[in-house]
Design a protein around this ligand. Structure first.
Ligand code: OAD
Length: 226
């Protein structure tokens, strides 16, 4: 069976990373327009760099959780493609081998003059003055609000071809990524894991109202027995 996992910040919550829109979420603490837009970068690159340094430091100090591990373990039984809005590398560290990052990767940095110059951040801290091979300041390899999402066509094809769409820990409030949830074939099964009430009309969806770990345990037991 071809499974596509569409994941969001809630999946990494049990690893200790904050979500964006829950109570106490990141966008309550920070103004998204001051830290996650191209305008913010132009106005105050130091502040943006500091914001992502904090996120990266926490990521280096955190581990994938049970839900990431169970998603990876499903590869023993099915063809599993992860499409994640998350910028952490927990899916990879848990063992998933097919991971598409829609919104970029926190542990990568890129040139501000040449998009093709992308580097691994070996350390959490990026300093002003850290430059690419062409001498320009390195920026986070993140898709900011107002920037295009280059991986969307690839992700759309993956979702359209899925037999099973597993949506975990996303409020489905940020487009175009959220639109993926509506692209599954009518005969595909859609399961959504989220402890919160869900108001989107995704058609016939089974909502498992649990945190990612408990919800994935239930889904893993079912899918590994098929
Ligand atoms: P949100 O913060 O919008 O949504 C998190 C979802 O996870 C909510 O529906 C919560 O109810 C749910 N949740 C909370 N704790 C959970 C848990 N333990 N287990 C499972 N679910 C839980 O995060 P995203 O939907 O990922 O983009 O946000 C999408 C994008 O908005 C992000 O990729 C980021 C952000 O701004 C950029 O920065 C470009």
């Amino acid at each position: 069976m071809e499974i596509v996992v569409l994941s969001g910040a809630g999946l990494s919550a049990e690893s200790g990373l904050k979500t964006f829109r829950d109570n106490g979420g990141l966008w309550e603490e920070y103004d998204v327009y001051q830290v996650a837009t191209p305008e913010a970068w132009h106005a105050n690159p130091e502040l943006v760099t500091r914001f992502y340094n904090q996120r990266r430091k926490q990521l280096f100090e955190s581990e994938p959780n049970l839900a990431h591990r169970l998603i990876a373990k499903l590869e023993a039984y099915h063809s599993v493609q992860v499409v994640t809005q998350n910028i952490d590398d927990f899916h990879e560290r848990a063992g998933s081998t097919r991971v598409l990052h829609l919104h970029g990767e926190l542990k990568k940095l890129r040139s501000t003059v040449d998009d093709t110059l992308v580097y691994e951040a070996g350390h959490w801290e990026v300093k002003m003055g850290d430059v690419c091979a062409r001498g320009s300041q390195l920026r986070p390899h993140i898709v900011w609000f107002g920037e295009s999402v280059p991986q969307m066509p690839v992700a759309e094809k993956m979702v359209r071809e899925a037999d099973f769409l597993l949506i975990v820990g996303t409020s489905l409030s940020v487009y175009p990524a959220a639109g993926l949830a509506y692209l599954a074939r009518p005969e595909a099964n859609i399961v959504l894991i989220d402890p919160a009430e869900v108001t989107h009309d995704l058609g016939e969806v089974r909502h498992i109202r649990e945190k990612a770990g408990a919800g994935m345990q239930c889904v893993y037991e079912e899918l590994s027995a098929l």
